[in-house]
Ligand binder design. Structure first.
Ligand code: ATP
Ligand code: MG
Length: 285
């Protein structure tokens, strides 16, 4: 009873990444496939496998203490729960799309149209805010085929690369919401569970930080060190080790994945050689 119960999607796009995140946090599970629950053997956590749509409700009601779910579902369900942390995976957006041959000059396009979606709450709020009067056709899946079969004029659906829209003859015209997986939690957790959540969150941040950074090693003439240290400030400042060859050092630091390529070019221009880039498993700031 004292375990923190975390709801995770049973199967689908979030399932693998959610389990992987918890495993990278060091949690070991006695997994079977098709099970509804799994208890960690080395951390006070129990996982409940559920449909993603149900997760906000279960967290609000206290059936689960926390959950991993897309921001799109959190926004749609409007449950009284807390977003604890963005998790950096399952990035996508909720967009309006129309038949690709239609001309589009602005939101007025949607006046009087019928829009198919699995996100009626988000869509109706959005239309209301923008003074658009349209009919919403709620369907639970395969929204992108609705215009093709004559069920609707347009769709409001989840997009990542846009290829599904394209194969269905649609084009994306407006992004309504950007989404990624988030850790959500109940607003009334007992102190004991808050403490477990904090411990888990510490680990999640270490894993996330590690994924966003690379360890970098390079050789450089001593004279180039001040310039290189400016390009690679690292967590505190870079480490320098002498090389056997006089006047040369090996410099170690940490670089953000985002601006990695740009920095590599700057480093080479500054005189760096033999650059090695290595993944980091955990990173605690
Ligand atoms: P369930 O059976 O649990 O209800 P589902 O079919 O509703 O599953 P999935 O398609 O598995 O849901 O998507 C789960 C979540 O993954 C979505 O709510 C969204 O946050 C995210 N997602 C959906 N499509 C994509 C995509 N193309 N790229 C990245 N993330 C996505
Ligand atoms: Mg779902």
């Amino acid at each position: 009873m004292n375990e923190l119960k975390i709801a995770v999607q049973k199967s689908g796009r979030l399932n693998e990444s959610s389990k992987k995140l918890l495993e990278e946090c060091g949690l070991k599970f006695s997994n079977g496939t098709g099970v509804l629950k799994s208890t960690a053997t080395n951390f006070p956590v129990e996982i409940l496998f559920l449909r993603d749509d149900d997760i906000p409700q279960y967290v609000e009601q206290g059936v689960a203490d926390a959950g991993i779910v897309g921001e799109n579902i959190v926004a749609e369900k409007k449950r009284d729960i807390r977003i604890v942390e963005k998790l950096g995976f399952a990035k996508c957006h909720l967009s309006l799309a129309i038949p690709k041959e239609d001309e589009y000059h602005g939101l007025e396009y949607f006046n009087g149209k019928k829009i198919a979606t699995s996100y009626p709450e988000i869509l109706s709020d959005y239309l209301r805010k923008n003074n658009i009067i349209a009919e919403i056709e709620e369907i639970s899946g395969s929204v992108e085929i609705a215009p093709g079969i004559g069920l609707a004029d347009a769709v409001c659906d989840i997009v990542s690369s846009g290829s599904t829209l394209m194969t269905n003859g649609l084009k994306e015209v407006v992004t309504i919401l950007k989404s990624q997986a988030v850790l959500v939690a109940s607003k009334n957790l007992p102190q004991k569970k808050v403490e477990i959540l904090e411990r888990l969150l510490f680990r999640i941040r270490a894993v996330k930080n590690a994924g966003e950074h690379k360890y970098i090693l390079l050789n450089a003439p001593e004279s180039a060190v001040p310039k290189i240290a400016e390009i690679l400030p690292g967590m505190k400042s870079p480490t320098i080790l002498p090389l056997v060859e006089k006047g040369w050092v090996s410099l170690h630091s940490v670089v953000r994945e985002d601006d990695f390529w740009e920095r590599i070019n700057m480093l080479r221009e500054a005189g760096a050689e033999g650059i090695l880039v290595i993944p980091i498993e955990k990173m605690i700031k």
